[in-house]
Structure formats: structure tokens, C-alpha cells
Design a protein around this ligand. Sequence first.
Ligand SMILES: [Zn+2]
Length: 298
Amino acid sequence: MRSVSIFLLWSFCAVGADAQLNESSSLHEVEFSDLSQRDPNPLGEKALAIHPEQWKHAESEHFIYHFVHSYVATPISVEAEFHYRVIAKELEREQSASDIKSHIYVFERPEEWQQFQIFGKLEPWTGGIHSAGSLFVQRNPAYKFSNNLLGHEIVHLVLHRLYTDSIPCWLDEGLAQFISKNAHASYERARGYIAKAHSESVSPQELIPLSALVAMTHPPSDRVETFYDESERLVRFFATTDKSSFLALLDALARHQPLETVLPRLYAGRFTDISTLEEKFGEYATKDFGTTLQQADD
Ligand SMILES: [Zn+2]
């Protein structure tokens, strides 16, 4: 058994919550047979079958990691636990999460990642694969990630734990962008940079009608960017309009209730149907489009 100790001091102020991460993080390598939980996902088995001798394993409070080098996996574990805490707090779900851990597989060599990709569907935005609560990513140890891509994938994992029966695609992708962008900006601020969450506005000509957007079960291949930007804006719109209604909305949509039946109940007097919502949201989604620097009020 080996362990790597890295002292990490992260001071975040994320998603409106003062989340402080100030910890000595140590990821202890354990034997596969000693892991507290197995991954029932068949993709996990396929991943570990690629050069089976190279995989090492470790656990943190809410995640299980499969990796090649500890120094690559340790920062991932810090980011994963950080996002877990931020999301559980923001969505007020600290008490209700299950104790089932999510599995994260970290590939390093591009040729092995290519070999694995044929088994799963790449998320067009991040290039990671998330499937049934497990995450598969490639990280090149020589290349330091400096954007919200890993955060985006980790938000999906946590949402899957909190809402096990799945949530609509726009909400899943919109929340993943919204939360990871805010968290990333907070991280930059903690390092002394002036940073605000960068929310992209949508071209009025490109705007996907809401009734179509909320019915999509995957990002449309010809409008990937618009889909992610518009979904992020829609989540931001709901979350900043009224937090408690947004949490109730999330809860109802996670129980597969249609948006059009939920709106009049939760937003009486504001937007009682999709077309009133569309009018108000259209303005918000396209605001400042075409200006060089768009910054959302977070
Ligand atoms: Zn995503």
C-alpha cells in the first residue's frame, strides 16, 4: 500500500455558498478486493480489462477512483469532493443522499482511451464519458486542466447520486455548466485572478424553442453549443429568479412531471405556461449577445 500526501489549500466561494476547502488531502491506494463497493456498470469492467496490471484504486468519502498514477488522481479527488459538497449544499440535499459511491476511471495514455471510447458515448462538450453514475475521463499528466470540464462531469455524477431516476437532459447539462462555471470562477478568484462565471448568451437566431429544448433527450449533434449555452442560461434564469421554487422544480422534474404542468403550480402569477416563460427567458438568454465580453451576474 502506498499513499501520497499533498497539502492543498483551496479557498472557494462557490455558487453563492461560502464553501471553504482547506484540507490535507491524502489518497490511499488500496487493493481492488479491499474496495468498499463494486461498480455494477459493465463499462467499468471493460475499462479495467485494458492493461489490467496498470490500474490502482483508492476511495474518498463519496467516490471510488481507478487510475494509473496517484499524482494524477489526487487532484481529481479533491475536485470531486469539493463539487459534491457544493452541490449537496446548494440543492439542500445533504441529508438525503445515498451512501453509494460513484466510480471515476482515469485513463492517461491516448491510445488506451481511444481503445475504450468505442464502448461508450463521448459527451460532445467535455470529451468524457458518463454512464449510469460512473465517469470515464482521460487526463494527460503533462497537461493541466484549467477550465471547468472536469467539474462539469463531476456535477453529473453527483446529480445522478441525488436524483437516481434521472433528470431531463437540459436540466442535467444546464446544471453541470452553471455549477462548474461558478466553481471554476471561484477557484480563479482564490488564486488572485479577477474572474466571474462566464455565462454565454445565445444568438436570437439560434435560440431553440423551449418546448423543443425541454423535450430533448440528448444534445442535438448539429446544435451542441447552443444546446449547452441555452440550457445553462435556463438553469441560471430559474435559480436566480427564486431559489426555493427552483428546488421544487428540480424535485418535480426528477419525478418525471412535465414542465408545463409544474410551471403553473410553482410560478403562479409569473410564468404559468411555456409561452409566457419563453417570452421572459428569451430576453434573458439573448441578453448582450455579440458583445465581446459577456459576464453573468452570479
Ligand atoms: Zn454534460
